[in-house]
Ligand binder design. Sequence first.
Ligand SMILES: Nc1ncnc2c1ncn2[C@@H]1O[C@H](COP(=O)(O)OP(=O)(O)OP(=O)(O)O)[C@@H](O)[C@H]1O
Length: 544
Amino acid sequence: MSRPSAKLCVERFPNALRASRIRPALRTTRQQSYSTERSITPQRPHRSMPRCASGRMSQYARPEVRGLATVAEGASKATSSPPTDGPMREYDVRVEEGRLRDDEYQRGIIQGLQDLFEALKDYNPPKVVHPDPQSLDLQTKPGFFGSLFGGAKKPAKSVVPENLPKGIYMYGDVGCGKTMLMDLFFDTLPPNIKDKTRIHFHNFMQDVHKRMHVVKMKYGNDFDALPMVAADIAETAGVLCFDEFQCTDVADAMILRRLLEILMSHGVVLVTTSNRHPDELYKNGIQRESFIPCINLLKTDLTVINLNSPTDYRKIPRPPAAVYHHPLGEDAGRHAQKWFDFLGDPVNDPPHADTQVVWGREIKVPRASGKAAHFTFQELIGSATGAADYLELVRHYDAFIVTEVPGMNHTQRDLARRFITFIDAVYESRAKLVLTTEVPLANLFISDADMKKSLPEGEHSDLSDAMRNLMDDLGMSVQALKNTSIFSGDEERFAFARALSRLSEMGSKEWVERGLGLGSDPQQNKEEADAWKKTRSHWSEDNM
Ligand SMILES: Nc1ncnc2c1ncn2[C@@H]1O[C@H](COP(=O)(O)OP(=O)(O)OP(=O)(O)O)[C@@H](O)[C@H]1O
């Protein structure tokens, strides 16, 4: 087998670069508490809530587009967790062990999280009082927008208890470590916090809407379902951590303020990450003015902290693992084949066509071998595939070789969106990705011409130099993406920027080698392989 090992088996990288092991480490830790994990609404299971093999209800088990960040999610009941010293001590330990870089900006946030940890040590969430269904019948049917933001018969205002520790809303640019910090906080919560949930915000909102639907099916459309749903959630989440808080549609906007307010009125402490300041949420959204109270609530009832770290950790220079190749041509073909041989199992499982099934629909896998799948871009992204298909694929395969990826501009937005959804699925599942691309990665989602347009006046003349640098520097490309007008909205721009950032991380030696047993220390190889496999199987289980 022609393994590209010469490129991979270079020396182990210095301490800080081992940081991408942080996520598996976190998940392994959290996995220990999964045995006691339970749904955020255990009382009333319903059919739309799939169950995992273990029998526990999985609110993370849905195939969603941006809801793919489900890997590190958990809801747990800390029955006998050992005492912890909180996130600051844990951060110090990880820095000392070389698993994290010491980052003064992150320390600022950690201090805020540590203060909250101290406040939580003496905090016991009150017993949740469930509303009486009779009091929630709105009787008179409100108009559409009336119902969105309050209803004809105004529901009573929820009161946030005075002793509720103030939660945290942290925001900052992509890849600067927000999720890592929140996970650190989540993993070190004091043991008196018996119930805690960490969930991607998108998944959470989908779950809320589903629950509202179920309640309305039972009590009728005029029924004010939110207080019931919120009480159910509060019942099992004294601390609720959201990753990637955002508001992109009116259905969320219409219920968010009340939902958060009711949760807090039940004593739920909220901690959230986001790419933007509350004032920037739901920009240009329908009825945005009605969303302002939600923004005000976030600003007044949570401590808003900006992680203005200039570092995108996904882009820290790492030895190139050469998983990406451009331009297309014979070399690209050889590159793809070499990786397919390496990541697949050609001896025991020669390449063959395979089929996976999602929701009764077949997904054709033109070439599969062992745990590797090999597609052309057209085969994978060209047809009307979506998040559900990609989730199914990443559950079955550990590695993807995607060839002939074209450069995409604003006329191929749909393709670009689908490809980003696929990248998200691969990233979240910690699978491996090999690409052959028509253009350098930096130009995947933005052509030279668009780049030129997005560069400030005066820099056009030496564009070729700039372009050459940009090709080697995804960071510039991300900046350009943010400035360009070819993407229809901020959310989309962030998604594109994040995809580039993630591609950069997935191209690292660290990422590629994980779990492959290529290091010189067999014991460490085994531990790493076990941790990686655990992460992958845990991910699959949560996405069944
Ligand atoms: N101090 C650090 N040292 C080393 N690696 C780090 C550090 N902080 C974060 N990382 C790593 O950088 C990567 C990106 O971090 P993380 O996902 O937390 O960023 P983020 O701000 O949530 O990004 P996004 O907004 O795109 O979701 C992760 O692999 C994380 O483990």
